[in-house]
Design a protein around this ligand. Structure first.
Ligand code: ARG
Length: 389
């Protein structure tokens, strides 16, 4: 019996390996780690631990695929759920797909993940796993181990388990998420040490203006220099981080109904989403903007709850892609003490009319006829109200 495990290299997924053997009776455990821009030391640890604990460890570099096929659609959709830029959520279907690919190639009997039964990730992984009609094993959820039991079990199997870990961190190129431990108390002020990508806004250096170029809704250049998506996001994380941009502390509604206190860091996401939204306002019609706001929201909810395999997701992307045909141009953003503010934008598709200018002579009286009918029903209502009073 063979199982393929989505393996991050952390405590939960490491403990899963001996559990899959001892408790579930698998005799071959294949651990798959998907690189989507985690810190290099995490990847290194996953590789070393994975090799030592499993029968076969596979590392898949999916950074490019992640950025072009997952993050770019997210930017086009202004992806955001309750203020969260969806970095963990959007990554899970990709990881799950890679695990499924390996499982099919290896002819495995099942796939496994290390999620608990309380969070959102179990839904995101399993939507993809179950759509592939594979048997799913979730040891951490099924055995309901406490942290203490898990650490004990880990030590018995030669897995180093840091006792004093204060919080749980999940990180990839789009955002860093920190939760758990003392942060679970919404009234606890997070210490500075939880932040790794951003300086405290008050310690940020001199303000700076950067220019992002978009083509069909996705960023293609920074300060006039063409960059591939992965480098562009990395660079913006560095620059934005130095200005203390992209810190979020929210009470989030999980799919299962739990509320949880979540802290995120995401400098590039804040800059790109702010710039993209601004450019849309210049080139899309009022009707497009109003309707797209609804589409963006539904898109974000689908991603949050892990249902990107719903045909609605493809249908929404088709609509969004159509609108993005004109979302090309340059946006200048001022980075200043934790704040990313658009200060200029230009596009060949701008819908600004020259006639709006104070300095252009136009036939202003044409507005009168419009106004006469514009408030037709309201005028009648007022008349009726007085008659009936
Ligand atoms: N609440 C977020 C989500 O559901 C992030 C969870 C990340 N997990 C973590 N261990 N920090 O997508």
């Amino acid at each position: 019996m063979k199982v393929v495990l989505a393996y991050s290299g952390g405590l939960d997924t490491s403990v899963c390996i001996p559990l899959l053997r001892e408790h579930y009776g698998f005799d071959e455990v294949i651990a798959v780690t998907v690189d989507i821009g985690q810190p290099p030391e995490d990847i290194k640890e996953a590789k070393e631990r994975g090799r030592r604990l499993s029968d076969k460890h596979i590392l898949i570099d999916a950074k490019k695929e992640y950025v072009y096929d997952y993050i770019f659609p997210l930017i086009k959709a202004n992806g955001c759920y309750e203020g969260y830029v969806l970095g963990t959520a959007i990554a899970r279907p990709l990881i799950a797909r890679k695990v499924v690919e390996v499982a099919l190639k290896e002819n495995a009997d099942a796939v496994a993940h290390g999620c608990t039964g309380k969070g959102n990730d179990q839904l995101r992984f399993e939507a993809v796993f179950r759509a592939a009609n594979l048997k799913v094993v979730a040891p951490i959820r099924e055995l309901s181990l406490t942290r203490r039991e898990e650490i004990e079990y880990a030590r018995k199997h030669g897995i180093e388990a840091p006792e004093g870990k204060r919080w749980s961190v999940d990180e990839n190129i789009w955002n860093r998420s920190i939760e758990g431990g003392e942060l679970e108390d919404p009234n606890f002020v997070p210490p500075e040490e939880i932040f790794k990508w951003t300086v405290p806004p008050e310690k940020a250096g001199e303000p700076e203006v950067i220019e992002v170029s978009f083509e069909r809704g996705v960023p293609v250049a920074l300060n006039g220099e063409k960059l591939d998506g992965v480098s562009l996001i990395k660079k913006l994380n560095d620059i934005g981080g130095r200005h203390g941009i992209g810190r979020t502390d929210i009470i989030e509604d999980r799919v299962l109904g739990f509320k949880s206190r979540e802290i995120y860091e995401h400098p590039a996401a804040t800059i790109l989403l702010t710039a993209h939204k601004d450019l849309e306002r210049l080139v899309l019609t009022r009707n497009e903007l109003r309707f797209k706001e609804i589409v963006d929201r539904v898109w974000s909810e689908l991603v949050y709850c892990g249902l990107t395999i719903d045909p609605l997701y493809d249908a929404l992307n088709a609509f969004i892609d159509k609108t993005q045909e004109r979302v090309s141009g340059e946006v200048r953003v001022k980075l200043e003490k934790g704040c990313a503010r658009v200060v200029a934008r230009r596009s060949p598709y701008s819908l600004l009319s020259k006639e709006v200018s104070f300095d252009v002579k136009t036939e202003q009286r044409a507005a009168e006829g419009f106004i006469f009918f514009h408030c037709l029903q309201q005028r009648i209502y007022e008349a009726v109200r007085h008659e009936r009073a």
